[in-house]
Design a protein around this ligand. Structure first.
Ligand SMILES: *[C@@H]1O[C@H](CO)[C@@H](O)[C@H](O)[C@H]1NC(C)=O
Ligand SMILES: *[C@@H]1O[C@H](CO)[C@@H](O)[C@H](O)[C@H]1NC(C)=O
Ligand SMILES: *[C@@H]1O[C@H](CO)[C@@H](O)[C@H](O)[C@H]1NC(C)=O
Length: 249
């Protein structure tokens, strides 16, 4: 009895071993992710013209698509509608520097595929493409039943509509632009290092970049503290940047 059971098992094992090289040989053929057309997905849905333009202007469209090919974890995009952009304060986007626009777009991309139900159990905050190693620029998810909200700390909005929910790419409609705490939490810093003032020398843009890179991590330490302290620190950083601007001009 025992040996008759073992023989077919060995045969199966053996044929599996024989099959394996074949399946491996087939694997390098372009996966569906290679053919993913993000513009197509957004275009078809019809109400994402501002987002498409921003994705193109910031070069992030190609960036996301090439990441989908190289990153085995997939990606999730939160897609604000045209209405969401229209409902922002006038100038909210135009007043951002090019670097901040890139950060804003990166903030809407998670470097991992999440299905809607994943958000119910995910541990907050969730990293975005804008997140540094210290975990700033995160998103928080709260769920009840099958309703999921996403929060940036500045805005909170439900996630209802999945434009696409299939590995490696998920695209969810959001009716509000996810304004990161690091850019919109305290209003003052955005007025500090004017990109126009940096025309004079090539050195100044890099100092401005350092300022921009260090302030998110500074305020990140504070994200764990009281919201009031966060605003306070943001203002101190903002005032500091303004002072630096005054001194250097
Ligand atoms: C992606 O979709 C857009 C809009 O539907 C189309 O214009 C474009 O040619 C497509 N790109 C590719 C690579 O298929
Ligand atoms: C989601 O946010 C809405 C307000 O936008 C709120 O009314 C609702 O209770 C929130 N739901 C969850 C699950 O947090
Ligand atoms: C996420 O939640 C944590 C813990 O409640 C909080 O400290 C943090 O400020 C929140 N971050 C955002 C982006 O909402």
């Amino acid at each position: 009895m025992a040996s008759t059971l073992i023989v077919p098992t060995l045969t199966t094992l053996f044929s599996l071993l024989l099959l394996t090289p074949q399946t491996q040989a087939q694997a390098p053929a372009p996966s569906p992710s290679g053919n993913l057309n993000l513009t197509g997905i957004l275009d078809k849905a019809g109400q994402y013209n501002t987002l498409i333009r921003l994705l193109k202007d910031t070069q992030q469209l190609t960036q996301i698509q090439s990441q989908l090919k190289s990153n085995s974890q997939g990606a999730t995009l939160f897609a604000p509608t045209d209405n969401a952009f229209q409902n922002l304060k006038p100038g909210a986007i135009n007043d951002l520097t090019d670097e901040q626009k890139v950060q804003l777009i990166l903030y809407h991309v998670a470097p991992k595929y999440y299905s809607l139900s994943d958000f119910l159990t995910v541990s907050n905050p969730v990293r975005t493409q804008a997140s540094g190693s210290e975990g700033s620029w995160g998103l928080n998810f709260t769920g009840q039943g099958n309703q999921v909200n996403v929060s940036s700390g500045v805005v909170e909005t439900p996630i209802n509509n999945a434009l696409r929910q299939q590995f490696p790419l998920a695209v969810y409609q959001v009716d509000k632009v996810l304004l990161p705490l690091e850019l919109f939490g305290a209003r003052s810093p955005s007025s500090a290092p004017s990109p126009k003032a940096s025309k004079t020398t090539p050195e100044k843009p890099s100092t401005a970049k350092e300022g921009g890179a260090s302030s998110p991590s500074d305020s990140q330490k504070d994200v764990n503290g009281a919201a009031g302290r966060n605003v306070g620190l943001g203002m101190v950083v903002g005032v500091g940047l303004i002072c630096m601007g005054v001194l250097s001009s």
